[in-house]
Design a protein around this ligand. Sequence first.
Ligand code: SAM
Length: 330
Amino acid sequence: MKQTKKAFYQVNEYLSLWKKALDDNVLNENLKQKVKNASPYTKILDLGTGSGTQIRRNIDENLIANNGLIIGVDVNYDGLLSSKHDYELWAKENDYELIFTKCDSAVLNFKVSKNDFSCLIKLYNVSVYDLKSYRSIGQNFDLVNALSLFEHTDIEKSIKVVKNLMNDGAYLYAPINYNGITQVRPLADDLSEQQDNNLMELFNEILINTQNVGGVDYGQSLCGDILPKIAKGLGFTIIGIEDSNWLITNKSSNYQKNAYEMFLNAIKTELISANNNEQLKIKQKLEINCELIESWYRSALKNFKSGVGTFFCTNKDILIQKKLGVFNDN
Ligand SMILES: C[S@@+](CC[C@H](N)C(=O)[O-])C[C@H]1O[C@@H](n2cnc3c(N)ncnc32)[C@H](O)[C@@H]1O
């Protein structure tokens, strides 16, 4: 499964450094505790596993049973391959031993052990849509993680597939990093609140809702609102939905600060170069031109560099459970 162009969120450095630090801060403790209370799990599935941060979190937090199995899947083959480096770093820092072996169609297959504990990790290059027919994955998972995955897929189609792989009573844990409209605060000096809102709406339309790059189908900025409704319709029980804000401040790590500057720059470049008919129409409707974008960029960057700049948007953590006694669809 080869991808020609990668989306920015498929770059391992972004996932391991920026996104991990963000998740460590915003993942809701209450829902995490609920997931923990039902542990240990013998079989965990990590959808859209990326650089593997959630798999490592599951092990660090003792969620996986001794001799348990964790399967990670992702459409990004190169990302899976390079996650080996992240696992090795983590193992070194935490005294785990890793033993890699070759195994049928898995991109990486390895055992993690420390003292009397061990578990097996298998990473497959497969899309969530194809899991049902991908025999090596199997079924009977008692925990499925999907960190920032569903906003990049057809939600209903993917949840239907996943439901068939879950045990009765199993949890689906789906924190959605991005829900709603981004705001860059404080407000850029030369812009009114209305102009700022329009600019962020444009960003939403152009960058978030049209992420059809890198073999990834969708960008759905309201996934966190839509997903629970779809899940309910499919017979899942909603265990909890929690909002939190993510923010980058002058206390953030150097990597996050650099990434934030790149992010502001990317917004500027993308918004300025958005010039097809549809995009121009939206720009016109929102009364946005290049000068306005430039001026927003200069001011947002200045605010950030002076130490007060903060970027935030809403993270929505969702925990749902496959109801006991609900049969699988065929
Ligand atoms: C925002 S990243 C999240 C990565 C990881 N879960 C984390 O939280 O660090 C989304 C991931 O989903 C993967 N992805 C997108 N569409 C997919 C699909 N249809 N099936 C499997 N993985 C997919 C991307 O390649 C990417 O690695």
